[in-house]
Design a protein around this ligand. Structure first.
Ligand code: MSP
Length: 528
């Protein structure tokens, strides 16, 4: 009966407006996945998993950005056709999903038919509405950035070449081009930012975007004639679409555009790195509003990782592969470290010594040890059965309240503003409180003096571990599953509505022989 009622509640949530659509940027296929790409997708995966467990109907999208001159040139270098090249390299990003335990519901490639159709439809609408017109373009173009720069943004580089602020070489280009009337959308964009002050986060980024828009917008060149590796402009095959209009459109393609976009659009969150914020926070909402489509609800720009103090770059050869991380630390440990170490939104420096310390302190010694100590004690001393609690003391109640009631609300609030480090801090407050509790209550001493009280203490600890196991699922899906298996928690009892006193672990539950979940990393002494 209870189960039936919960099913109805779930259905109700699903059909209600509890939906969550989160996207990663689509990755350029001229590079192998590295720490930077992995970081963006981990953050989105954690949000997607959290929202699913919190009763939302989630769509989590990632994919690859496969058009443009840069890709065409990389394909030529590799001696392949652009299609062969993109098929191969896109697969590297697809393979990363299971390797990193990403729970994406879709993987989009901009070379897919559904996407060509969607881009061409959007283009036609924009053209019909007079938002796109044909003209000539002359200017300084950086192939590496797929972007034009104004003369006053350039500096002199070696060999008499001019250099863009990004460090890319630019060359003079002249071409017939279609333009999008971006200049007409400044006020509407500023209104959008006023109406929705968290449209861009963090706040400092919102300010940057506003001042960029206030400084005046120029019309944007949105087609190219100098190469053909792109979505053809409908009605004028000489042109392919500018790679950014093509790329950004992926977010609506995957929601079903140009057919019914159903319940997912507008996206709740586009997660991006700070380098591509302008495209998402200025161009994209302008394209959408111009086509009569609602803009997304939020664009969050996270910071960049440097590696042991240096910029991560191909030429320095210091890019960290996600597979190195998995091998050195494990999937869950890497996911945890990247989100815990650095305030999300800020730049951060990746350092192996810090990773080892953090993983050993928080996971091996903190959460892992708490579970291992408690469960092996029960296994050895209580016939492997969760003891029956007697009356709770204030100390018991205080820990239980934190775990069962306090934690979820804080984590939910922090994740709703993408403060992953704060969410994890709140969870580790409970881990630390439980470790203090076990030392103060000392069940090993109670074994000799008061076995009834010992049972109560062990019950409180087990229940706390159950709550911790539930709440860390989005960040560490595999390890949390092991923890919950060790407590014999059924698959259907693992969503966040189980984080409540009414769903407390049943006394008498038989647990299997406990196994350590977070091994201690041995390089600590060397690295410290
Ligand atoms: N293809 C475009 C996105 C189009 S979205 C409609 C693109 N691709 S990318 O592969 O170059 O970058 C994808 C993401 O990786 C960006 O969000 C970028 O910020 C992120 N990172 C790349 N290097 C990074 C670090 N060193 N650190 C953190 N993130 C970084 O841009």
């Amino acid at each position: 009966m209870i189960r039936y009622k919960r099913l109805i509640e779930m259905d109700f949530y699903m059909s209600d407006s509890k939906k969550y659509y989160v996207t990663t940027p689509i990755y350029y296929v001229n590079d192998k996945p590295h720490l930077g790409h992995t970081y963006t997708t981990i953050a989105c995966d954690v949000l997607a998993r959290f929202k699913r467990l919190d009763g939302y109907n989630v769509k989590f999208l990632t994919g690859t950005d496969e058009h443009g001159l840069k890709v065409k040139q990389s394909a030529e270098k590799a001696g392949m056709t652009p299609q062969e090249f993109t098929d191969q390299v896109s697969q590297n990003f697809r393979d990363l999903c299971p390797a990193m335990n990403f729970s994406n519901d879709d993987f989009i490639r901009t070379t897919e038919d559904r996407h060509t159709r969607s881009c061409q439809h959007l283009w036609k609408i924009l053209e019909e509405r007079g938002e796109i017109y044909l003209d000539k373009y002359a200017g300084w173009y950086a192939v590496r950035d797929e972007a034009y720069y104004a003369e006053d943004e350039l500096s002199d580089g070696p060999n008499g070449k001019k250099i863009a602020p990004s460090g890319a070489e630019v060359e003079w280009m002249e071409e017939e081009s279609y333009f999008f009337r971006l200049s007409a959308w400044g006020d509407k964009l500023l209104e959008l930012y006023e109406r929705n002050p968290t449209f861009v986060m963090p706040e400092t980024r919102m300010n940057e975007v506003k001042s960029f828009v206030k400084s005046g917008l120029k019309d944007l060149s949105v087609s190219r004639t100098t190469f053909d590796w792109g979505v053809p402009v409908p009605g004028n095959d000489k042109h392919v679409m500018y790679v950014w209009i093509d790329a950004l459109t992926n977010y609506i393609t995957a929601a079903g555009y140009p057919d019914d976009m159903g319940e997912y659009w507008p996206a709740d969150l586009h997660m991006v790195g700070k380098d591509i914020l302008r495209f998402h926070a200025v161009y994209w909402p302008a394209f959408l509003m111009a086509a009569g489509i609602e803009p997304p609800k939020r664009v969050f720009a996270h910071g960049w990782w440097t590696i042991e103090g240096e910029k991560m770059s191909k030429s320095l050869g210091n890019a960290i592969s996600p597979y190195d991380l998995i091998e050195r630390y494990g999937v869950d440990q890497s996911r945890y470290f990247l989100l815990r170490e650095n305030p999300f939104g800020n730049d951060g420096d990746f350092c192996h010594a810090h990773a080892i310390n953090r993983i050993n302190n928080d996971l091996a010694n903190g959460l892992g040890n708490l579970a291992q100590r408690t469960l092996s004690f029960i296994y050895k001393n209580c016939d492997g059965k969760i003891p029956i609690p007697a009356e709770f003391t204030d100390n018991d109640r205080s820990l239980l309240k934190k775990a069962q009631e306090g934690m979820l609300g804080v984590v939910r609030r922090e994740l709703d503003v993408q403060r992953f480090h704060k969410a994890l801090e709140a969870i580790w407050d409970v881990v630390n409180a439980a470790n203090v509790y076990i030392d103060v209550e000392a069940p090993w001493s109670l074994k000799k003096t008061d076995t009834v009280r010992m049972g109560t203490v062990l019950y409180v600890l087990t229940e706390t571990i159950r709550c911790l196991g539930l709440i860390v699922q989005p960040v560490m899906p595999e390890s949390s599953a092991k923890m919950l298996d060790q407590l014999a928690i059924e698959a259907g009892e693992r969503s966040f509505d189980s984080l409540s006193p009414s769903k407390s672990i049943a006394a008498g539950t038989q647990i299997p022989q406990p196994q350590g979940v977070f091994p201690r990393l041995v390089e600590e002494e060397k690295a410290a």
